[in-house]
Ligand binder design. Structure first.
Ligand code: PLP
Length: 391
C-alpha cells in the first residue's frame, strides 16, 4: 500500500460521474493556451491539429484555436485536411507529409495548401492542378537539418527552379517556404543556429529562382516559445495548444499553459485480497499484505503504457492509489487500501493536476517518453467529451 493512502486526501472534489472510460477535453483551456501562444510569439499562429488534434479531437482543437487567435491550420495528411473543410472551416489549411501518390486532387478541390518536398511531389501536384482546373497553393519544404521531411540541399535548387516554371505556367502559386527545427528546446543552441542558417540559404536560392513566398515558417511549440529567431512569418504550434509545454516552461494549474485533457475511468469492481495473492498476469506483483483492489477498464489498448508497471498511480477518493501488477490490454488493477472505494466510483487517470491527479507529464516520466506520446496514444475506445470551463 502506498504512503499516500495514509495521508489526508489531496482533494474532496469528486470527478464527474462516468460509466465508461472518458476523456474530458477542456475547450476553454485549448482556447486560453492558443491566446497565450499568440501573445507570447506576437506572430501569426498555424494551429497544428494532426493526430486527431493530439488526441483531443481535431475539430474541437481547430475551432478552439481559431477562437483563441490562430489564423491557419496544419495537418499531415490530405484526409485530415479535407475533414476540416467538410466541417465548414474556411481558414487556410496546410497539409504536409504526403506520398507523391497521394490524391492531391482532393486537396485542391478542398482548397487545401500542400507542402512540396521534392520534384516528384511537385509533378504530382502540377498534374492534379491541371486535372482539376485549379491553381495549387504550395509551400516548398526544405530539410534544414533533421534528415527527415523536406528537400535536401542538393535538390533544393532544382525544386525551386521547377516550382518557378510551374508558377509561370499558372499551375501553382508558391505561397510559403517551410523547414523544421529539430533542436529548438533552448534558445541559441548551435544546432538551431546552423539550421536557421540553412533556412536562410534556402530562402536566398528560392528568391534567386524568381519565387516570392510570403509566409516562411520553421518550427513547432519549442521553437516558437524559446527562439524568437525561429518565428519568422508564422509559428506552427500543436503541443502548446493542448497544454504540453517545452522543457523549462512550467505547465499545470497555475502556469500559462494548461493541460486540456482529463482521462476518467469508472471502477468496475472492488475485491478484498489476502497477503500473498498474485495480481494480474504472471507473478509480477504479489501482495505483501491484505488490501482491497479496484479494477479499472483501461489498459494498453487505451493508451496506458505497459512499461509504467510498478510506477504508475491514479487518483481515487482524493488519494493516489498505485497501479499494481502488469497493465493488461483492457484493464488495470489499483491498490486502494482501506479507502471506501466502491464499484461505480470514478478514478482520475490523468488530468491537469489541479486535484493531485497524475498529469500527462507524470505518465510520460513513468513511461520514459514524452507527453505527446501519452495524449496521442489514448485509444479510440475512450469516449471524448468536450466541455467548456472558465479560465
Ligand atoms: C507536429 C508538427 C508541428 C507542431 O509541433 P509541436 O511541437 O507539437 O508544436 C510543427 N511542424 C511540423 C512539421 C510538425 O510535424
Amino acid at each position: 500500500m502506498s504512503t499516500d493512502l495514509l495521508r489526508p486526501p489531496r482533494t474532496t472534489r469528486r470527478p464527474p460521474a462516468v460509466s465508461r472510460p472518458t476523456a474530458l477535453v477542456d475547450v476553454g483551456a485549448l482556447r486560453a493556451n492558443t491566446c497565450a501562444v499568440v501573445r507570447a510569439t506576437r506572430t501569426p499562429v498555424m494551429a497544428v491539429v494532426k493526430a486527431d488534434g493530439y488526441g483531443h479531437g481535431a475539430l474541437a482543437l481547430a475551432r478552439a484555436a481559431l477562437a483563441g487567435g490562430a489564423s491557419a491550420l496544419g495537418v499531415t495528411s490530405i484526409a485530415e485536411a479535407v475533414l476540416l473543410r467538410h466541417a465548414g472551416i474556411d481558414v487556410p489549411v496546410l497539409s504536409w507529409l504526403n506520398s507523391p501518390a497521394a490524391d492531391f486532387g482532393d486537396a485542391l478541390r478542398a482548397r487545401v495548401d500542400v507542402a512540396v518536398p521534392s520534384p516528384g511531389h511537385l509533378r504530382a501536384v502540377v498534374d492534379a492542378a491541371r486535372r482539376t482546373g485549379t491553381t495549387a497553393t504550395i509551400h516548398l519544404h526544405a530539410d534544414i537539418g533533421m534528415s527527415r521531411d523536406g528537400a535536401e540541399e542538393e535538390t533544393w535548387g532544382r525544386l525551386c527552379a521547377e516550382a518557378g516554371a510551374a508558377e509561370a505556367a499558372g499551375d501553382v502559386v508558391v505561397r510559403g517556404l517551410m523547414g523544421h527545427l529539430g533542436c529548438a528546446d533552448r534558445a541559441g543552441r548551435p544546432t538551431a543556429t546552423a539550421d536557421l542558417d540553412r533556412f536562410e540559404r534556402a530562402t536566398r536560392v528560392a528568391r534567386s529562382a524568381g519565387l516570392s513566398p510570403t509566409v516562411r515558417h520553421l518550427g513547432g511549440t519549442d521553437a516558437a516559445l524559446h527562439d524568437p529567431r525561429a518565428r519568422l512569418d508564422m509559428c506552427r504550434v500543436g503541443a502548446g495548444l493542448v497544454g504540453i509545454a517545452p522543457v523549462g516552461v512550467p505547465v499545470g494549474p497555475a502556469a500559462t499553459l494548461r493541460p486540456a485533457l482529463t482521462l476518467l475511468a469508472p471502477v468496475v469492481g472492488v475485491r478484498e485480497a489476502a497477503a500473498g495473492r498474485r495480481v494480474g498476469y504472471g507473478d509480477a506483483h504479489v501482495l505483501a499484505r491484505a488490501t482491497r483492489l479496484a479494477l479499472l477498464p483501461v489498459g494498453y489498448a487505451d493508451g496506458i503504457p505497459r512499461i509504467t508497471t510498478g510506477r504508475a498511480s491514479v487518483l481515487l477518493h482524493g488519494h493516489r492509489c498505485p497501479v499494481v501488477g502488469l497493465v493488461s490490454m483492457d484493464q488495470v488493477v489499483v491498490d486502494v487500501g482501506a479507502l471506501p472505494v466502491a464499484a461505480g466510483d470514478v478514478a482520475v487517470v490523468l488530468g491537469p493536476g489541479d486535484d493531485g491527479e497524475p498529469t500527462a507529464r507524470d505518465w510520460a516520466g513513468w513511461a520514459r517518453t514524452i507527453e505527446h506520446e501519452i495524449v496521442t496514444g489514448i485509444g479510440p475506445r475512450v469516449e471524448r467529451h468536450h466541455v467548456e470551463e472558465d479560465h
